[in-house]
Design a protein around this ligand. Structure first.
Ligand code: PMT
Length: 402
């Protein structure tokens, strides 16, 4: 199916070994019906020839400000206006740095600065270069500027080291581009609260009760909803994730009580809440001010007290607002999920079972069944959490009165 029919894509190619994959990516874009203009940096030409790219795209490749044979000026402004989407793959550390700082010393960066269209980049570099604080700072700047980052994958690198830095595979880049064009700005004007990650309940200054939630599911929901135009408040427990999407306001909390306080406050201005956080049901009655010493006794009694149920609190005050909860189950999944939906006053519950190896904590995938109060339910196959986020939002959007 020609999913990109009629779309104008500027494909930027920079000087990294992953440039050899750009020819295949170009072919995928063309096969999907897109019209593609390649803009390659001078270093990019050391890795892949313009002749190959021109043959595949059916257009002369642009690299310099002036055409070598005719001296004709290549207008980066015209290219920037022509583009429906600019994809830079691979994007080297140098190009990322120039983009973040507006250093327009080649045709690709001038085109980027003139582009009215959205921009995606697929970084590719050695693992230490990717992890370097300056690269991460530049990536954060680009995310803040609205550039979509197709995160590099882990694996063997050109240096023969193994780690994060490989350009994402062309098929995955194509999928992200297709998703971009199929995405609707369907949540424009909506405000949504998302909770994510675990809560940590402190025992003393060095110990806590927590769980394995990574925040991946909640962050995927926040990012997909923001991409659909919603204003998001993301209340998250301690996680190692970051998001710079301008549509997401992030509030970091630690305990269930802190999460409740932040969530209640944010919910006042929201149209819906999606509660994907794994909130601890119990917390130590007292937090010891100093580190608990190893006692002579073999047993240590910790008295735990019940935490507030954030979903149930919001369920009581929600009025016309929509409330989506999760159910993480190990047994009797279906009945437990329906019981939680009713007890907490939810409009819809997303059931994921820890019995499925492709679902749950810290995985990149999840397998869910979405159950609504009108009795309808839909079971989905295991998918990337970003796609699961899309399914959850489609279902939220279909709720009457939302
Ligand atoms: O973060 P990841 O690593 O990506 O993992 C995702 C996930 C497994 C954490 C996520 O998909 C998930 O299932 N989240 C809910 C986990 C959970 O605590 O489920 P529960 O069945 O115990 O809680 C039911 C609902 O009540 C949830 O919406 C929960 O956020 C909410 N709750 C629970 C307890 C509490 N005190 N307050 C709450 O609001």
């Amino acid at each position: 199916m020609q999913t990109l029919k009629g779309k104008h894509i500027v494909l930027g190619i920079t000087g990294g070994i992953a440039a050899y994959k750009s020819a295949y990516l170009l072919r995928l874009f063309i096969k999907a019906g897109a019209e593609v203009q390649v803009v390659i940096t001078p270093n990019g030409k050391e890795f892949i020839t313009p002749a190959t790219l021109a043959a595949l795209s059916g257009k002369p490749v642009v690299s310099e400000f002036f055409a070598a044979n005719t001296g004709e000026w290549h207008s980066h402004v015209d290219l920037g206006l022509w583009s429906d989407l600019m994809v830079i793959a691979p994007a080297t550390a140098s190009t990322i740095g120039k983009m973040a700082n507006g250093i327009a010393d080649n045709m690709l960066i001038t085109t980027y600065l003139s582009a009215k269209s959205p921009v995606m980049i697929a970084p590719a570099m050695d693992l230490d270069m990717w992890a370097h604080p300056s690269t991460q700072r530049n990536i954060a700047t680009l995310e803040h500027d609205g550039v979509e980052i197709i995160q590099p994958a882990s694996g063997e690198l050109a240096s023969h080291l193994t780690g994060r830095g490989r350009m994402e595979e062309p098929e995955e880049i194509l999928r992200r581009v297709e998703l971009h064009f199929s995405r609707k700005e369907s949540l424009c004007g909506k405000r949504i609260l998302v909770t994510a990650g675990p809560t940590y309940e402190d025992i003393d200054p060095v110990r806590f009760i927590g769980n394995y939630s990574s925040g991946k599911m909640g962050f995927a929901i926040a990012e997909e909803a923001a991409a659909r135009g919603a204003e998001i408040t993301l209340v998250t427990g301690p996680v190692a994730l970051h998001t710079e999407h301008p549509g997401i306001k992030r509030i970091d909390v630690r305990s269930a009580r802190q999460m409740l306080e932040a969530a209640e406050k944010a919910f006042a201005d929201c149209d819906a809440a999606i509660l994907s956080a794994a909130v601890a049901d119990y917390a130590p009655e007292h937090r010891h001010e100093t580190k608990l010493k190893r006692e002579k006794t073999d047993c240590l009694d910790l008295k735990l007290v019940r935490n507030p149920d954030i979903a149930a609190v919001l369920g009581m005050i929600k009025g016309e607002r929509k409330l989506v909860g999760f159910a993480l189950e190990t047994d009797n999944e279906h009945d437990n999920a329906i019981g939680k939906m009713k007890k907490k006053g939810l409009d819809m519950i997303v059931l994921n079972s820890l019995r499925n190896p492709l679902a749950g904590f810290n995985k990149n995938t999840n397998q869910v069944t979405i159950i609504k109060t009108d009795g309808t339910e839909k079971e989905y196959p295991a998918k990337d959490k970003r796609d699961v986020a899309g399914d959850i939002l489609d279902q939220l959007e279909s709720l009457p009165g939302f």
